[in-house]
Design a protein around this ligand. Structure first.
Ligand code: ASP
Length: 320
């Protein structure tokens, strides 16, 4: 009989509304299964209470611990479900996808509504996640995100609504599949990758470009100990000229600067040759993040810098 682990970390899926205080952590992972029945297939379910915190509390160090936990748990089960808050779910999912290379499915799930709200989605998302974890076709796909009947790849999944049940999308590659009575995969998973980091380079700061942006935040970041900087740049990978002085300052101090974009779709590229344009940034020595969004480029950079050889070029150059 197959064995599935639920590794609970917290989020709205484990919360309920406390009168006067709003939503707060309430349920253990084990309590999430109340009232759920699985007539089709028998399996053993076990629980591991990793934490019960809202996901804005989850730090990269926690992601590393979750990763270590799933890497050892998968040796003794057929699949793992991780409950997590939706706010940073895409960051943890991407981190785990780069640090877990086993063939048992690891399914991350969450909820947008908590009791006593009507139409809560947590139980249904767990039900769907169990189906995905039990499905033979899920093997070798690594980490996936299951929410609102949809299966997403960590590489691409993004939260796009603060409140809608259809809170997630996969802007570049589309859904991996759906759960419509049974699990249906539309496409192969986005190419799996692994970064063997022995430590995490922290902090990596994420700095946004906007009209009139200057270099103060970049300078502050460098002077206060950042190990690297990700720029959430404009459009194709461009920044206002006011940011250049700070970027040069960071590069002169030996900090890697990675260019991503705040735009939802498409790649950054050294296309524009004007002052602050992508080509200017590439000539200065910035790395480019392709179509990886800034919050995930940050995860990738902290892992790449945590490898023995600090192999940033290896993990970013293919994007250029
Ligand atoms: N703020 C919550 C969290 O990320 C939202 C959620 O779980 O949906 O923990």
């Amino acid at each position: 009989m197959k064995k599935i682990f639920i590794l609970a970390t917290g989020g709205t899926i484990q919360m309920k509304k406390d009168p006067g205080r709003g939503l707060i952590p309430a349920f253990l992972g084990e309590e999430l299964m109340r009232g759920l029945a699985f007539p089709d297939e028998e399996f053993i379910l076990e629980f591991d209470e990793f934490s019960n915190v809202p996901s804005p509390w989850i730090k990269p160090e926690d992601m590393m611990k979750i990763s270590e936990r799933i890497n050892s748990l998968t040796l003794e089960c057929d699949g793992i479900i991780i409950t997590h808050g939706t706010d940073t779910l895409e960051e943890t999912a991407y981190f785990l996808s780069l640090t877990y290379s086993g063939d048992k499915p690891v399914v991350m799930t969450a909820a947008m509504r908590a009791p006593p709200d009507l139409g809560i989605d947590g139980p249904r998302n767990i039900y769907d996640s169990i189906k995905v974890a039990l499905e033979n076709a899920s093997r070798s796909r690594g980490v996936m995100v299951v929410i609102n009947n949809s299966i997403f790849s960590p590489r691409d999944v993004a939260k796009i609504s603060t409140s809608n049940l259809a809170a997630f999308t996969s802007p570049e590659y589309g859904l991996l599949g759906t759960i419509d009575e049974k699990v249906i995969y539309f496409s192969k998973t986005v190419e799996r990758e692994s970064i063997k980091a022995s430590s995490l380079a922290l902090p990596i700061d994420l700095i946004q470009a906007y009209s009139g942006a200057d270099s103060r935040l970049i300078r502050y970041s460098v002077n206060s100990g950042a190990q690297g900087i990700v720029l959430e740049s404009l459009g194709r990978g461009n920044v206002p000229p006011g940011m250049l002085e700070g970027i040069k300052y960071a590069l002169d101090k030996g900090l890697p600067v990675v260019v991503s974009t705040k735009v939802q779709n498409g790649r950054v590229a050294p296309t524009y040759g004007y002052e602050g344009g992508g080509r200017n940034l590439a000539d200065l020595g910035c790395y480019f993040a392709g179509n990886l969004r800034a919050n995930k480029a940050r995860i990738r950079l902290m892992l790449a810098l945590g490898t023995k050889e600090k192999e940033i070029r290896r993990y970013f150059e293919k994007f250029i």
